[in-house]
Design a protein around this ligand. Structure first.
Ligand SMILES: [Fe+2]
Ligand SMILES: [Fe+2]
Length: 271
């Protein structure tokens, strides 16, 4: 299944008109699309299915718990399928069944292990304050972000570890990154990086493709047999949009099986 993937469009301030990529069988929106949610209407009537995970900025100035339902309703009214701890099965043009698992996957600040958690939480305080969000009446501070992040991680791990033999490939979509390898090279590995990446490297082998945003840079790398792609547009004024290709297509297929086929292609068959 060929996907168009757009993330971190930040249409609350950016000028960008998304257009359907020729050949795409679905569009994935990776969050931070528009803090006001107004620009989500641009995806109404999109020619292929639109899947979305929320970004942190979809919650700016809002109460986290009270926001999911209206955001789901807003998306549903526009024909956008918002995934938060949700699973879907898509069938591509060739009849292959793609299992899709989606969650924002807030950060849990354990990127560098429990010993460095406190430092990372302190660094994450800034990021949480920028959002000015609340949860259950209190500030959505770094500790609260971590709690939500751990719940997302538990859901994702449960589902990834549950065998699903009726699907040909597994696609994971998150807003936050699953690995330190996705860190923004401008900032590298520092306590603040734990506000952007999680140490979900142990889950990567359970997916064939993992799409994420949140880092305002692009990535496309293999972690073992898993392809990890970040397709954030970012902010033009900071030079982040340079090199962004909104028409890039990402093919979701089972890489392990492909490699196995390749490895065995030259071997004689057993009678
Ligand atoms: Fe962003
Ligand atoms: Fe973000």
């Amino acid at each position: 299944m060929r996907l168009q993937f757009l993330s971190d469009l930040h249409l609350e301030s950016e000028s960008f008109d998304a257009e359907p990529a020729p050949g795409a069988e679905a569009l994935v929106l990776g969050g931070d699309i528009d803090t006001s949610w107004d620009a989500l209407s641009r995806f109404r009537g999109w020619p292929v299915p639109v899947l979305m995970v929320a970004g942190n900025h979809e919650f700016d100035g809002r109460d986290i718990e009270l926001t999911w339902e209206p955001l789901r309703e807003r998306c549903a009214a526009l024909g956008i399928d918002l995934l938060e701890q949700d699973e879907r099965v898509l069938t591509d043009a060739a009849g292959r069944r793609i299992r899709v698992l989606g969650t924002i996957r807030w950060c849990d600040f354990d990127l560098f292990g429990p010993a460095k958690r406190e430092r990372c939480l302190r660094a994450g305080g800034y990021f949480a304050r920028v959002m000015r969000s609340r949860i259950e009446g209190r500030e959505f501070d770094a500790e609260a972000v971590r709690e939500e992040g751990l719940a997302c991680r538990a859901w994702l791990e449960d589902h990834l570890r549950a065998p699903r033999d009726d699907c040909d490939a597994t696609l994971v979509i998150t807003h936050f990154a699953p690995s330190l390898r996705s860190a923004d090279p401008r900032f590298g590995a520092q306590p603040g990086t734990a506000s952007f990446c999680n140490a979900d490297d142990d889950l990567l082998p359970l997916a064939d493709v993992w799409l994420h945003g949140h880092l305002h840079c692009r990535h496309d790398y293999l972690a073992g047999n898993t392809r990890v792609v970040c397709q954030a547009r970012g902010l033009q004024a900071k030079g982040e949009t340079e090199g962004f290709d909104p028409f890039k297509l990402i093919d979701v297929c089972r890489r392990r099986r492909q490699r196995l086929h390749q490895a065995h292609a030259g071997l004689p068959r057993r009678a």
